[in-house]
Design a protein around this ligand. Sequence first.
Ligand code: NAP
Length: 240
Amino acid sequence: MEKVALVTGSTSNMGKAIAEHLARQGFLVIVTSRHGEEAKAVAAALPHEGASFETDFADAQSIEWLFAFVREKFGRLDVLVNNVAYTKNESILECDLGTWEQTINTNLRSYFLCTKFAAEIMKMNGGGSVVNITVSAQSGSKDKFSYMVAKGGVNYLTQCAALDLAPFNIRVNAVGSGLVGTAVGYRDFSNRPYENPMLPAGHIGEPEDVAEAVAFLASERAKYIYGAMLAVDGGLNLVV
Ligand SMILES: NC(=O)c1ccc[n+]([C@@H]2O[C@H](COP(=O)([O-])OP(=O)(O)OC[C@H]3O[C@@H](n4cnc5c(N)ncnc54)[C@H](OP(=O)(O)O)[C@@H]3O)[C@@H](O)[C@H]2O)c1
């Protein structure tokens, strides 16, 4: 039976690279975004047969429909990659309740709900793997209030879920990204030059760098890795 992988928010930058990488490894990848036609186009261009589902990850009902689709159409799920993110890049003083709810629901609550619903399916198939995309930074950032609070939550979510799900042969890990590809919410490089002397690597990362780490953690090659965060950041967390 073909293995099935679901990548949340997979029509651009890292999510798209992760979907393509897993498809190249033979997974049937389910591509998701709020824009169904875009998700369909990305899925159609995958190097291995894919599927798509229009999902708003800020909306709990929409996530339930996505997992009903996975259960009914495929009856299994081997890999979940929680990648979706939204940011308004606001300070705590600029963060109103609407911004807080949009960010926390998209970037943290969806990681909880998707992991829980995925685990219910994976349990029935004897196990699986969840990879959460977080930041490599180990401390807070200025003017990224709700986004960084959510990422802090994702880090503990990874560890707690790893403990709770280990008895079911479900491994939960994270990839901590640095500056990779385009900035979150952007589709171009206009505010992010490739060369960056502040980074030990000297330049920002490629989405494929993150995809490679995700594919490793999701695979059997990482079978003894539980609740870890693998930094893929060109050394950023060593200098900030
Ligand atoms: N880019 C970086 O340098 C960087 C650095 C550190 C960590 N990260 C992390 O890496 C991950 C990927 O970031 P990225 O830069 O690749 O992000 P991105 O290019 O902004 O892509 C986000 C994806 O999520 C989708 N999306 C956003 N809100 C959604 C919602 N409510 N429901 C469904 N889909 C939604 C977007 O598609 P639609 O808008 O069409 O729905 C898009 O496919 C995130 O977890 C981010 O926090 C990124």
